[in-house]
Design a protein around this ligand. Structure first.
Ligand SMILES: [Zn+2]
Length: 181
């Protein structure tokens, strides 16, 4: 339940992915057998995670086999309902971040992804997103996930960390060299 009460809905995370991390690990184990003797063997574990927690796991022969099975296992996990796209508990809604959220926003308007200029509406219900201070500034580019579309309910907006900022390749002035120069 949301910290603000049961009438509050947690919105989908921006850029939500079913899982935010996938791991393939080699798992050694010591096999004992009265018949053929004891030895070390390996298998590989495929793990799907959200926000640092393993939500789906499969065991296969080795890393090579795991690479081959990876996409099938991804769909298997989705079929079992383990993909999750809304915000979770009090964790930051920035995809790829697993910090605790300290800033809570109410979303003002809902936008269609396909035609946000024409298809949008004021939200009457309280639908929130939560971010850690580092991810609390959302920018002015998106419709749904933009500073302008949020009303702050609690917390203090933090500053961007310089290492998070990367200028768009095509975002600035594009210089076109004239022929002969
Ligand atoms: Zn964050």
């Amino acid at each position: 339940m949301s910290p603000l009460g049961s009438s509050v809905n947690r919105a989908l995370r921006p850029d939500a992915q079913a899982f935010d991390e996938v791991r393939i690990l080699t798992v050694p184990r010591y096999k004992t057998s009265g018949m053929s003797g004891d030895e070390w063997r390996i298998s590989a574990s495929i793990q799907f995670l959200h926000k640092g927690r393993i939500v789906h796991e499969a065991s296969v022969r080795n890393v090579e086999t795991a690479c081959g099975f990876l996409m099938a296992e991804y769909y298997h996990a989705l079929d079992e309902g383990k993909g999750y796209f809304a915000g979770e508990e009090d964790l930051c809604d920035q995809e790829g971040c697993r910090e605790k959220a300290t800033v809570t926003y109410r979303i003002k308007k809902e936008f269609s992804r396909d035609n946000p200029h024409e298809w949008n509406r004021e939200l009457n219900e309280v639908r929130i997103r939560m971010f850690c201070a580092r991810h609390s500034r959302r920018g002015d580019c998106a419709f749904d996930d933009a500073d302008e579309n949020y009303e702050i309910l609690s917390g203090k907006i933090g500053d961007l960390e310089p290492k998070d900022v990367s200028p768009s390749v095509f975002g600035g002035v594009i210089k076109i060299a004239k022929e002969g120069t």
